[in-house]
Design a protein around this ligand. Structure first.
Ligand code: SF4
Length: 553
């Protein structure tokens, strides 16, 4: 694709690499268009490219900059679990053994980061030498500085030195022990010279991430992305975006967000405000008011989904004025009871009001995110979501209504990590899609099969490594994974163990040696509290599949 790199407009000045600079490949295991739209990928590329002691080349599955013949470091960001085969392709292209244990002195060190690896890196751990846990602003400089001090030592010494850096996880120094080949994890044994626990690192600056490059080839064409908040203080019990990255942080409006937006406007008129819940920013109204000044009239504004309870006239009219057509709110369910179990502090009245304000403010569409298979959910709860769609149809007839439906997936590091996927979810997803479709709502269900694969990788352990390698041959799909499970029978637990079973609360978790801001005790407490809400109203303990949860709390 000629001219791809020349179409990029950079928002920073890259350093000129020194003669002795470390050759490093910075990869995104998907296409250029997808990878360059990742703010995390851009952020780290900017950090690397501004260092004269590093010579960085970018790699995407369809495009790459000229690569060093012998890179010393290969890094990548994994934001979507099923991108992993592309990472293995890259290692093969660079003649690097796929298994970390087979790499020797002279082979590159392979490091990874990103949300998938930060939550639970274990299924991928044997392919990686180093995993960076936490915020890149803290980790990338520390990791590189530490590497430079041991650059010319042998591989084992390098890894042992890197393992001492807070947030740098070297999986080979943490060996899992299982009750049996097909049994549960008993413990993780750390190397005597490695810290027993690795703590995810938190960046506390008042400027968050902003685009380092703008290009018409991005999936969101020519967008300049601005991170408004990091994490979310609401702590909905299923939400990885909240629990994994706590504490909640916000960019300073006057010194961070507005100057960043002004800089972005020198190369584009399209601004994207990102974060798990941007309207949680306490000064968000001030930001909107600033964006309503005449000098920002030409700005095309895009915004991530927002909490329904925070939708107001200022937000909606600002979006309408800046060429946004629709608003997305995450309601999760039409059942007030179920929203309480989720800790989603959202009244039915908030949803109606958000819809009315959206219509009155001049937007054309409203999208709702919903979920099925939520712990304690009954068919009546799913029917309540259909009823909500019916009521909104009548309440805001001028709005184009669309509904995204997904299946609850237990995510590591959240209070519901112990709960399996409810097999009833598939039927409920179909019911929801059919009933809402009849009302003229545009329904976009996420494939149930994809959710199952996500659950597998989200709660997987290191025994999934050989399975992932085999699945790469069979095709990365539910069918391919099932076939690989069959072939490896007796060498790892069955599919149901990872995907559908509820796990006892006192059982060690594969990621338990990787700690974050929220302790395991707090996760226990939050899980217990969410299910007690159900007990209070129903006189019995239950999980999503209708069985009692084993617990020692
Ligand atoms: S409000 Fe949204 S982002 Fe915040 S915890 Fe709940 S689901 Fe996550």
């Amino acid at each position: 694709m000629r001219g791809l790199w020349s179409e990029e407009r950079l928002l920073f000045t890259p350093a000129v690499p020194e003669a002795t600079a470390v050759p490093l490949v910075w990869a995104y295991p998907n296409t250029y268009s997808v990878g360059i739209t990742s703010l995390g990928y851009q952020l780290i590329w900017g950090l690397l490219a501004q260092r004269p002691d590093v010579r960085v080349s970018r790699w995407f599955t369809d495009e790459r900059e000229p690569l060093a013949t012998q890179p010393e470091l290969i890094g990548f960001s994994l934001a979507w679990e099923l991108d992993y085969p592309h990472l293995l392709d890259l290692l093969e292209q660079l003649q690097t053994p796929l298994w970390s244990r087979e790499r020797q002195d002279g082979h590159p060190l392979v490091f990874g980061g990103g949300p998938v690896l930060s939550a639970n890196p274990e299924p991928f751990a044997d392919f990686l030498d180093v995993i960076l846990l936490g915020d890149a602003e803290e980790l990338i400089p520390r990791f590189l500085d530490a590497y430079l001090t041991v650059r010319h030592q042998d591989r084992q010494e390098q890894l042992l030195h890197l393992a001492q850096v807070p947030g740098v996880y070297v999986p080979q120094f943490y060996q899992p022990k299982y009750a049996a080949p097909t049994g549960h994890l008993e413990t993780v044994c750390p190397h005597p010279e490695a810290p027993p626990q690795v703590q995810r690192q938190v960046y506390q600056g008042n400027r968050l991430a902003v685009s380092t490059v703008v290009t018409p080839r991005a999936a969101w064409e020519n967008i300049y992305m601005v991170e408004v908040v990091r994490s979310c203080p609401e702590m909905c019990r299923f939400c990885l975006a909240s629990y994994l990255t706590l504490p909640f942080r916000k960019a300073d409006v006057g010194q961070g967000l507005l100057p960043a937006i002004m800089q972005g406007l020198t190369v584009t008129d399209r601004i994207g405000l990102l974060g798990p819940s941007v309207t949680q920013h306490p000064e968000f109204p001030a930001l909107l008011t600033a964006l309503n000044q005449p000098e920002f009239d030409q700005v095309r504004l895009s915004i991530a989904s927002v909490r329904a309870a925070t939708v107001d006239e200022l937000l909606v009219t600002t979006l309408a004025r800046h060429h946004t057509q629709s608003l997305t709110i995450a309601v999760e369910s039409g059942s007030e009871r179920l929203r309480q179990v989720m800790n989603k502090k959202l009244d039915q009245a908030d949803i109606y009001r958000a819809a009315q304000v959206t219509q009155q403010g001049g937007l054309k569409g409203l999208k709702l995110y919903t979920m099925v298979g939520v712990p304690t959910e009954t068919e009546a709860d799913v029917a309540a979501t259909v009823q909500l769609g019916r009521e909104l149809r009548q309440l805001v007839p001028r709005l184009r209504l669309s509904v995204g439906c997904s299946t609850f997936v237990p995510k590591a590091q959240t209070p519901w990590q112990w709960l399996g996927v409810n097999p009833q979810a598939e039927k409920r997803l179909q019911f929801l899609a059919k009933q809402l479709g009849k009302l003229g709502v545009d329904v976009r269900p996420e494939p149930y099969k994809d959710s199952l694969v996500q659950a597998l990788l989200s709660r997987g352990d290191r025994r999934l490594g050989p399975l992932l390698l085999l699945t790469r041959e069979y095709g990365v799909s539910l069918g391919g994974i099932r076939r690989a499970f069959k072939e490896l029978r007796g060498q790892l637990p069955p599919w149901d163990f990872y995907v559908h079973q509820d796990w006892p609360a006192d059982r060690p978790l594969p990621w338990q040696h990787l700690t974050g801001t929220v302790t395991l005790a707090m996760l226990h407490q939050h899980r217990q509290r969410s299910l007690e809400r159900y007990d209070e109203k129903n006189g019995g303990a239950a999980d999503g599949t209708g069985t009692t949860i084993a617990t020692t709390d």
